[in-house]
Every structure is written in structure tokens, then in C-alpha cells.
Design a protein around this ligand. Structure first.
Ligand code: FAD
Length: 439
């Protein structure tokens, strides 16, 4: 967490820098309420500008925390900035010019620009809130978010540049201009320049193999003359497929299910679980895909000293665990792994043959347990769900020294983590990958 801590301190210092400058170099204090109102706006602008940096998937930021934590931080800072910006005019009005600032019509244009910012900020927050709680499509939300965010940035910049006394200081002008161009640059890079570069360097689909009734493994090879970048088993990437023109083009995140020891291709094993993935089986050899990654910290290679692992998988949540098992096999790693793999039915078990082979080999030392909730009449294995009873049965009652890797649908993963807490497993011994960033 050392690197993470440095980044957090840097973030906090950048955010409060203009308040510090305005306090020490700026005009005389105008009263505590007005000053607080002004400082809220200064901090709000800094946070909003840095949002573009957080959203840009920069590896040197992501690697220290993991993508899920970064997304959560991005969301909380959006709420914090919105709260500060909404309080700003209230405090300024209360501390000086009075309510005509809020309800008057005869106001200079920068004040109107500020009012529009507040409306757009509220719209952005509400839209984000309802997207994750209703059936508003993710793609529609992303489009609106991508339109609103730069408009808010431009208007807030114009408002503050033209109205704030603090911006008369050349040091403040330097910070303001710098933050604006940094944010605008990040936005252009993230939404236009990088996607277009990745598209030009698209991987080619070599194969699309059906694993089960509703899951396919797509194998991708890099373009001529390029090699696959380094990644850890268990990490994920963003893929944008370019296929038959009648098929949708969307960017989604999937685990890299191949082993990094395999240098010739990348693969992802994808379940048809929604609007986009319903078409995954129609991917054909020769189609192409823009690949952006790797991301995430869900890999045993981040914790090389841990030798006694328990993998708890639900359904397609097997993919990062499979990448780790493949890597252990390929690198002849003698670690011990207990895999408890839950599915509804036997025919939904993904990678069954390969898991059997890994179990039969020496690397890793694998205990393989399938748990089915709706087995057929000839099933002789475990029936029900993965829970305390089965964890105790296969891992013993004393879980000291074991590290748990949990991956699966949100509900199952959360319930398993709760079970592990109840069994006395400390949080630092539970690693999780939840297959959605929208909670
Ligand atoms: C770290 C991680 C690794 C994953 N690995 C795998 C894997 O190996 N195999 C696998 O089958 N699934 C994996 N998933 C889940 C996969 O990303 C979703 O199933 C897929 O995006 C659903 O898309 P859809 O449009 O078909 O489904 P929908 O039902 O339309 O969407 C399902 C959910 O995904 C959200 N979503 C839709 N589009 C996007 C998007 N472009 N970006 C972000 N969220 C979106 C929706 O809002 C909704 O909550 C992973 C998810 C994460 C977070």
C-alpha cells in the first residue's frame, strides 16, 4: 500500500493547493461563511478536474489500488464535489449578496454559467444513480456521462475564471489553466485517441469455441510484428469486438482466461448473460478486437508468499481462477489449492476436462470439488451451495494461513465473503473479484 499512500497524499495536496494559495496570497478574508463558500468551489473544481484523470484508466494509478476501488473512489469523489459545488452558491449568497444571487434574473453571464453547471451536476448524479438501479442501459448512461462531463468542466472553468477574485492571482491562473488542460487532455486521450490507436492495432480472433450451452472462449492473436504485453493470471482487460456490421460494437470487461505463460494468444471465456454477450457466439475467426489491459489485482502473483489457497467460484466466475490454475500448471508451481466450484447443473461446468487434467497432474496440488444446486439424477457429487459446511469439510475448521479467492455473481460472492468473516477469516486473507462495477 506504500505506493497507494503516496498517490493518496499527492491527490489530497493537489486538491487543497488552491485553497492554501488563496488563503495566503489572496485578498483579505470576506467573512467566514463567504470564505468557506469560496473554498468549497475551489476544492470542487480541483476534484472535478481530477475525475478525468481517475477515469482515464492510467496504469500507474490503477495498479496501486485495483480498478474496482478506483471506480468506487471516482464515484464518491463525484458526490463530494457535487455537494461542495451545490453548497458554494448558498454560502456565498448567505455571506454577502443575499438570495438575489440565487433567484435573480438580472445577473452577469458567468453567474448563469455557474447555475447551468449546478443543474448539469445534479442531472449527472441522478442519471448515474438511476442507471444502476433501473434498466437504463449502460451504454446510454455512458454516452450522457461523456457529454455532460466535459460541458460541466468547460462551464465551471469559464464561471470561475471570470468571476472569482482568486483567479486574479497568476499562480492560481496557472493552476486553473493546468488543471483544465490536464482534464481536457485526459478526456481526449481516454475517449478518442487511445481507442483509435487500439483499433488500429486490433488483435485477430483466431477461434471462438463453445464451452457450454452459453459460454464461449474467444482466442485472440496480436497483430503482425507485435507481442502480447505482460499480465498476471486473474487480471482482466477491456475488449471491443469488430465483427459483422449487424452485430453490436461495445467495450466490455472480461477476465483474461489464458495463462501468461502462453505467449502466442490471449483468451477470454464469455457467458451470454445480457444484451451484448447474447451475440458472443456469433464471433468468427478473422473478426478483430481492440484490447485494452491488463487491469486488476486479483492474482496470486501479487502475493507470492501465500502457499495455501482456497478458490471459491460461482458459474462463469471460474475464469480468473482458471487463469491462475493454468499458470500454476505451466510454471510447475506446487502450491496447494482447494477449488469449490458452484453451478446449477452439470452441463454448466466450464473447463471440466482441463480441470480434470490439472487435478491429475502435480502442479498445483489441486482438490477439485463441484457443487451443483440442481443436479441430474446420476450426480454423485456435492449438492446444494458453497457455504460454511462445505468449506469446513474440504478445508478443515482451522482456516489459519489459508487465503481465499472468491469470484462469481455479485450476490453469491457477497454472501460467501460474509460466511468467511463469520468463520473468522480476516479481511486481508480474502481476495475478491465481483463481476460488476455497478453497485
Ligand atoms: C473484472 C470483471 C471481470 C469479468 N470477467 C468476465 C468473464 O471472464 N466472463 C464473463 O462472461 N463475464 C465477465 N464479467 C462480466 C461481464 O463484464 C458482463 O457480463 C458483461 O459486460 C455484460 O454485458 P451485457 O451487455 O451482455 O449484459 P447486460 O445485462 O446488458 O449488462 C449486465 C451488467 O453489466 C453492465 N454493463 C453492460 N455493459 C457494460 C460495459 N460496457 N461496461 C461496464 N458494464 C457494463 C450493465 O449495466 C449490467 O449491470 C466480468 C466483469 C468484471 C467487472
Amino acid at each position: 500500500m506504500g505506493k497507494g499512500l503516496v498517490r493518496i497524499i499527492l491527490y489530497a495536496l493537489i486538491v487543497i493547493l488552491p485553497v492554501w494559495l488563496a488563503t495566503w496570497l489572496g485578498e483579505e478574508a470576506e467573512g467566514i461563511v463567504t470564505d468557506v463558500g469560496r473554498n468549497f468551489a475551489l476544492i470542487g473544481f480541483m476534484i472535478l478536474s481530477l475525475q478525468f484523470l481517475l477515469a482515464a484508466r492510467l496504469k500507474w494509478i490503477e495498479r496501486a489500488f485495483g480498478f474496482d476501488i478506483l471506480i468506487r473512489f471516482h464515484k464518491s469523489m463525484a458526490l463530494t464535489a457535487s455537494g461542495l459545488l451545490l453548497l458554494h452558491p448558498l454560502l456565498i449568497a448567505y455571506g454577502g449578496p443575499g438570495w438575489k444571487l440565487l433567484i435573480g434574473l438580472d445577473l452577469p453571464w458567468p453567474i448563469w454559467a455557474g447555475k447551468v453547471v449546478l443543474l448539469l451536476v445534479i442531472a449527472n448524479v441522478l442519471f448515474g444513480f438511476y442507471q444502476s438501479r433501473t434498466n437504463l442501459g449502460f451504454e446510454k448512461w455512458r454516452l450522457v456521462h461523456d457529454l455532460l462531463a466535459p460541458i460541466i468542466l468547460i462551464l465551471i472553468f469559464l464561471h470561475s475564471w471570470n468571476i472569482g477574485d482568486d483567479l486574479e492571482l497568476s499562480a492560481m491562473q496557472g493552476i486553473w489553466g493546468g488543471m483544465f488542460f490536464l482534464a481536457a487532455g485526459m478526456f481526449l486521450h481516454h475517449r478518442f485517441l487511445r481507442p483509435s490507436r487500439l483499433r488500429r492495432q486490433s488483435y485477430r480472433v483466431e477461434d471462438c469455441v463453445q464451452e457450454t450451452e452459453d459460454a464461449w472462449t474467444v482466442k485472440l492473436v496480436p497483430p503482425e510484428g507485435r507481442t502480447i504485453g505482460e499480465y498476471y493470471p486473474g487480471q482482466f482487460h477491456f475488449l471491443t469486438f469488430f465483427r459483422d456490421p449487424s452485430l453490436p460494437v461495445e467495450e466490455h470487461h472480461w477476465t483474461i482466461s489464458s495463462s501468461p505463460a502462453q505467449k502466442n494468444y490471449l483468451s477470454s471465456t464469455i457467458k451470454a448473460s445480457g444484451d451484448f454477450t447474447a451475440s458472443i457466439g456469433q464471433t468468427r475467426p478473422g473478426d478483430t478486437a481492440a484490447v485494452h489491459g491488463p487491469f486488476g489485482r486479483f492474482s496470486y502473483l501479487f502475493h507470492p508468499g501465500e502457499r495455501d489457497l482456497v478458490f471459491l467460484a460461482g458459474g462463469i466466475g471460474i475464469t480468473p481462477l482458471m487463469a491462475m490454475l493454468r499458470h500454476m500448471r505451466d510454471t510447475r508451481d506446487t502450491r496447494s489449492v482447494v477449488l469449490l466450484y458452484a453451478n446449477r447443473r452439470e452441463d454448466q461446468i466450464v473447463f471440466r476436462e482441463e480441470l480434470k487434467e490439472i487435478k491429475a497432474g502435480d502442479w498445483p496440488v489441486l482438490t477439485l470439488v463441484y457443487v451443483l444446486s440442481r443436479p441430474g439424477e446420476f450426480w454423485s457429487g456435492e449438492i446444494g451451495h458453497v457455504g460454511r459446511k462445505r468449506i469446513e469439510k474440504y478445508c478443515g475448521r482451522d482456516l489459519t494461513g489459508k487465503t481465499f479467492y472468491v469470484c462469481g455473481p455479485q450476490k453469491m460472492a457477497r454472501s460467501l465473503i460474509k460466511t468467511l468473516y463469520n468463520m473468522g477469516v480476516p479481511d486481508k486473507r480474502i481476495r475478491r473479484e465481483i463481476f460488476s462495477f455497478l453497485d
